[in-house]
Design a binder for this molecule. Structure first.
Ligand code: NAD
Length: 261
C-alpha cells in the first residue's frame, strides 16, 4: 500500500471524470481530499460520497484561472487538514476546431484553463510548501496531446505541451527544496470531455456519427480498448506517494499504448 494515510491532497477538476476517480481512490487509501471544481455543488457530491464511504473530504469551489480562488482553495485545505502535501492540477477543458478555424478567443479559453491555470496552481502550491518548511508534490494532468500535436486540437495540444514544459521547469526550480513536479498523460478516456471533443468533430464535419471520433482515436491503443478514469488511478497514486520521491520533471504516458516516446 502507498503511504497516503493522512496526506492532505487537493485535486482540481475533481467533480467528475479522471479527477473524481483519483479523489475516490486516494481517499480510500487514507488521504484527506479537497475536491475542487467550478461548481461547489458538484464538488460537494463527490466529497459527500467519499465521506459516506468512511473517507475524509471537503469540497471547494475554484476557477483555476483566478489566483485568489486558487489561493483560497489551498488555504481551505490547510485549514481543514493542517497542511498541503500534494496538489493535482487536473482541471481542464477541450475544444475541437479545424486548424484554420481556431480564433484568438478559442486559444485564450483553452490555454487560460489548461496552461495558465496549471502555472497558478503550481505557484500557489510552492508558496504553501515553502511556508511549511519545504517538500511537497505537484502532479499535473497533461495528455498524449502534450507529446504530439493533433490537427483539430492544435490549441488544446499547445496547452498540454505547456503543462509538460512547466512540469520540467518547476522541477528544476524547486528540486533543491525537496519539491517534486511530475505529470501523467492520459490517452482517450471515456469522460464528459470526450463527449465535447466528439461533438466538436461532428460539428466541424470531420465525423458524422456519435462516438465515431472517440472510437477511431481509441482504436490506436495497442491494449485494445479506450481508457476509463480508473486507469489513471495507479499512476496518480504512485506520483502522490513517497514511492516517486526520487522522480521529478517527468510526464508519464498512461494511454493503453498510443504514443511511444
Ligand atoms: N478525457 C480524456 O480523454 C483526456 C485525455 C488526456 C488528458 N485529459 C485531461 O484530464 C483532465 C481531466 O479531464 P476529464 O477527462 O476528467 O474531463 P471532465 O470534463 O470530465 O473533467 C474536467 C473537470 O474540470 C473542471 N473544470 C473545467 N474548467 C475549470 C476551471 N476553470 N476551474 C476549475 N475546474 C474546471 C470541470 O468542471 C470538470 O469537472 C483534463 O486536464 C484533461 O485535459 C483528458
Amino acid at each position: 500500500m502507498p503511504d497516503l494515510r493522512d496526506k492532505s491532497i487537493v485535486i482540481t477538476g475533481a467533480a467528475g471524470g479522471i479527477g473524481a476517480a483519483i479523489a475516490r481512490a486516494l481517499a480510500a487509501d487514507g488521504a484527506f481530499i479537497t475536491v475542487a471544481d467550478l461548481s461547489l455543488d458538484a464538488a460537494g457530491k463527490v466529497a459527500g460520497e467519499i465521506t459516506a464511504a468512511g473517507g475524509k473530504a471537503i469540497a471547494a469551489a475554484v476557477d483555476v484561472r483566478e489566483r485568489a480562488q486558487v489561493r483560497a482553495m489551498i488555504d481551505r485545505a490547510v485549514e481543514a487538514f493542517g497542511r498541503l502535501d500534494v496538489l493535482f492540477n487536473n482541471a481542464g477543458v477541450a475544444q475541437t476546431k479545424p486548424f484554420l478555424d481556431i480564433t484568438e478567443a478559442d486559444w485564450r479559453f483553452v490555454t487560460d484553463v489548461n496552461a495558465l491555470g496549471v502555472l497558478i496552481g503550481m505557484q500557489e502550491a510552492v508558496t504553501t510548501f515553502r511556508r511549511q518548511g519545504g517538500g511537497g508534490k505537484i502532479v499535473n494532468t497533461a495528455s498524449i496531446a502534450g507529446k504530439q500535436g493533433y490537427e483539430p486540437l492544435a490549441h488544446y495540444s499547445a496547452s498540454k505541451f505547456a503543462v509538460v514544459a512547466m512540469t520540467q521547469a518547476c522541477a528544476r526550480a524547486f528540486g533543491k527544496e525537496g519539491i517534486t513536479a511530475n505529470a501523467f498523460c492520459p490517452g482517450v478516456v471515456a469522460t464528459p470531455m470526450w463527449d465535447t471533443i466528439d461533438k466538436g468533430f461532428r460539428d466541424s464535419g470531420l465525423t458524422h456519427n456519435v462516438n465515431e471520433a472517440f472510437d477511431t482515436f481509441a482504436a490506436g491503443a495497442v491494449l485494445g480498448r479506450p481508457s476509463r478514469p480508473d486507469d489513471l488511478v495507479g499512476v496518480a497514486r504512485y506520483l502522490a506517494s513517497s514511492d516517486s520521491d526520487f522522480m521529478t520533471g517527468q510526464s508519464l504516458l498512461v494511454d493503453g499504448g498510443m504514443v511511444f516516446v
